[in-house]
Design a protein around this ligand. Sequence first.
Ligand code: EPZ
Length: 429
Amino acid sequence: MDKIRITGGQRLEGVIPISGAKNAALPLMIASLLTDETLTLTNVPRLSDVTALSRILSNHGVDRTVAGRRIGQSAETGQTISLTARQIVDTCAPYELVSTMRASFWVIAPILARMGEAKVSLPGGCAIGTRPVDLLLMALERLGAEIAIENGYALARAPQGLKGAEIVFPKVTVGGTHTALMAAVLAKGTTVIENAAREPEVTDLAACLTKMGAKIEGAGTSRIVVEGVARLGGAHHAVLPDRIETGTYAMAVAMTGGDVELQGARLDLLQAAFDVLVRSGTEVSATADGVRVRRNGGGIAPVDVETEPFPGFPTDLQAQFMALMTVAQGTSRIRETIFENRFMHVQELARLGARIRLDGDVAIVEGVPKLTGAPVMATDLRASVSLVIGGLAAQGDTTINRVYHLDRGFEALEAKLTRCGAIVERISG
Ligand code: EPZ
């Protein structure tokens, strides 16, 4: 298994290109199941999650073409992937495939909408919490599907087709909103989704579905109205920039000190996190090409944070922010409100010398003057990258094991950091 070794203590200076968002690319790829025409996605990141989902989609009969790189095109230009689900040859998504990636459960919606039936393995638990799918199934039931759970699979049937309805989510769910949207676009009549997720990735999916011929209003607000259509067609769509990758590198610059332009990043996708960074003593400004993040000289001020659905502070940046707070000049409190078990990085940050105490859903982080390098490992993607950030600031060498977590969600991580002066090396093993 590959490892990453970081020699800490270098300031980051330069330009980091921001990739297309993993969490937008995945539902967009799944949306290709809704039409027999071709959906072409540009700015798709090169990530193992994208490869895994491609494999799952091909099992359902989706043909995939990946455009080759043109002469002179940089290695960091996103991929262009064309997906054509002329026929859905298999309405079952088996355990072996779904268990590798939770988001693949979302195929249940387009397959049910197009074929009147779907059988998808329940994804099971994961490192950050129990993560049930009850609300996704509730949404499909509201649209008229009969749902049964048998032998670890969710079976959904709607032989007469889905019918528009009111769906009220008791809590904000990104996957629930994606699922409701993808089912409602082909349902007969009007669907109203109340307490919908407002995440930019939901808005991106709605924008792409609209290009495919769907009638959607209110995406980006908590009330989405969908007027069902009989069929959808092909479209071209560029995946929006990854706000979590943006925030991750911004925290790295805040922690090591330095001056980096995050090329292609958008301030509006991450206002809450940038506000917190500014309060911590980091300068953030919009540039013609993206966002510039700087911290020169001054110390890091402690800031209390609570994770929330968009537009609040994202749970996917909680671990990275905690890494930054470990060297703040004082004590900060970080509350995790989205997932019940998303503090797996705490013990590993402690190996770098961090002082963190857990009290239920709150982490109390007492800043220390410096971290020191150590071998560490983590059990999920964002926790792993928080250790990279810790390692960049720590004195000496940090080795991060289980790099496959990072490969799921961070494109060309070592190359992007190395270009800005970090000493980062992948050790194959
Ligand atoms: C998406 O997961 C993201 N994944 C997650 O990113 C992200 O952390 C999360 O949204 C919250 O922003 C992708 O987009 C692929 P939810 P999702 O449904 O859709 C509960 C990463 O690192 N819930 O919004 O699965 C759930 O347990 C990943 O890139 C139910 O109770 O998250 C959680 O407490 C990790 N029943 C809350 O809702 C349900 O049926 C929000 O989860 C569904 C969810």
